[in-house]
Design a protein around this ligand. Structure first.
Ligand code: ADP
Length: 417
């Protein structure tokens, strides 16, 4: 394990001590160090020393890491070190998808004991049942540009104008990106506020940066070309970014994915120590009745657990676990087997951009064979979304199995203690 040696390599210790003092008394702001020094590794070390002084403690673990601060620069401000998260491996899981075909191991970064074991057990069940069948049903990142209209009687006129000028709006939205493809514009209004919710493909990038730029360019064009409308903001919360919502549950965001499998009754008995009927019953009462009563958008057992573990390992935007938590788990008796289907309306992933370029995160993307750009833009992100859906399916099978067999607390006792 490398220890940040940003200070050791620097001959001028007196200068370092002076800088630390100035950070402590706030005559230099933490962020100003980067501009003053143009030496990211040294800046990290100095900031950490200042935090040690301010808080009166030593932080020797935060200081141990192997990535270069200069590589992490696009991802973090005021960097003082890193936090290590244990990385486990689940699988392999057999996947029959349009993009992911074959056996895949799944990296899980988590501090939740029993999670990786649970996914792993679900993968074994899937492999004994012919694997998971997976398909993408929809692709579209979203952003809602927000406008004020001076006369609310003109809203219909404005909406008709936006329809008539779709090609111009598309040209404006796409002008700064090689990868963004505007697919449609949905319109919403309330009193004198109007939202143009743009839906776009963003290649292999998760796409929030590029669609935000697209929304801004579109918004400025609208303001210039439709008199009486003021462009207020690139985002008006109908996106809906990083908040649970009915619109995401129903219409999807990013990639909508379905994964399913039929598990023979014997496999349910052997691996999960329960019956198909018991699984169906628990799934219905918990994931459907319970979620309905709770007013939840997650008619599922643990989508968020699996998605968080994979997102953290592969450099995704962790706040999009919110979108990933939406979705439904269905279980039905089919013949003498158990048919399980997970519907994930909003898997927001990228295999380029964001934190995917960081060294550990890109190695984790290598484990699933999804690093970087696909053959056609978007193929790799679609493959990755399919693998995630298969892992989510494994997690649902395992957890509903454990609940059906009343073994959940035993599993936690075994793995967490
Ligand atoms: P995001 O839009 O997901 O927040 P970035 O702003 O980092 O992420 O955008 C991704 C970057 O990667 C863009 O600069 C884009 O031009 C580049 N890029 C390279 N290859 C691809 C690809 N196959 N799909 C999408 N973007 C790509």
């Amino acid at each position: 394990m490398a220890i940040n040696s940003g200070l050791k390599d620097n001959a001028d210790n007196v200068e370092n001590e002076k800088l630390i003092e100035r950070l402590v008394d706030r005559t230099i702001k933490f962020y100003e160090l980067d501009i003053m020094l143009e030496d990211p590794e040294r800046a990290v070390a100095l900031r950490l020393r200042a935090v040690e002084k301010i808080t009166g403690r030593e932080y020797s673990e935060i200081n141990k890491y192997s990535i270069l601060a200069k590589e992490a620069k696009p991802n973090i401000e005021n960097m003082i070190g890193t936090v290590q998260v244990p990385l486990g491996i689940a699988g392999p899981v057999r996947i029959n998808g349009d993009y992911a075909k074959g056996d895949f191991f799944v990296p899980i970064a988590t501090t939740e004991g029993a999670l990786t074991a649970s996914i792993n057990r679900g993968c074994s069940v899937l492999n004994s049942s012919g694997g998971a069948s997976v398909r993408i049903t929809k692709i579209g990142q979203t952003r809602s540009a927000m406008f004020a209209i001076t006369k609310s009687e003109r809203i219909n006129e404005f909406i008709a104008w936006a329809d008539d000028n779709f090609s111009e709006l598309k040209r404006e939205a796409e002008k700064e990106s090689k990868f963004l493809r505007l697919k449609k514009i949905e319109k919403y209004s309330d009193k004198d506020t109007v939202w143009l919710r743009i839906v776009a493909e963003t290649g292999d990038a998760m796409g929030m940066n590029m669609i935000t730029i697209a929304a801004k360019n579109l918004g400025l064009y609208v303001e210039e070309n439709f008199e009486g409308v003021k462009f207020l903001s690139e985002s008006g919360n109908l996106c809906v970014d990083k908040k649970p919502s009915r619109i995401t549950f129903e219409q999807g965001r990013g990639r909508s994915v379905v994964a399913e499998a039929t598990i023979p009754g014997g496999v349910v008995k052997k691996y999960l120590k329960t019956t198909t009927e018991q699984m169906v019953d628990i799934n219905h009462r918990k994931n459907h009745q319970g979620s309905e009563l709770a007013g939840s958008f997650g008619y599922n057992a643990q989508f968020a657990n699996v998605i968080a573990g994979i997102f953290l390992a592969t450099g995704q935007d962790m706040a999009h676990v919110v979108e990933g938590s939406h979705g439904i788990t269905d279980m039905d008796v089919v013949g003498e087997g158990l048919h399980v289907r997970v519907t994930l309306p909003a898997v927001l992933v990228g295999t380029v951009g964001g934190g995917t370029h960081l060294p550990c995160q890109s190695e984790c993307l290598d484990i699933v064979d999804c690093r970087g750009s696909g053959k056609s833009p978007g193929d790799n992100a679609s493959k990755f979304a399919e693998i995630i859906a298969a892992a989510v399916l494994a997690g649902e099978i395992s957890l509903i199995g454990a609940l059906s067999a009343r073994q959940l607390s035993e599993a936690h006792k075994k793995h967490n203690r």
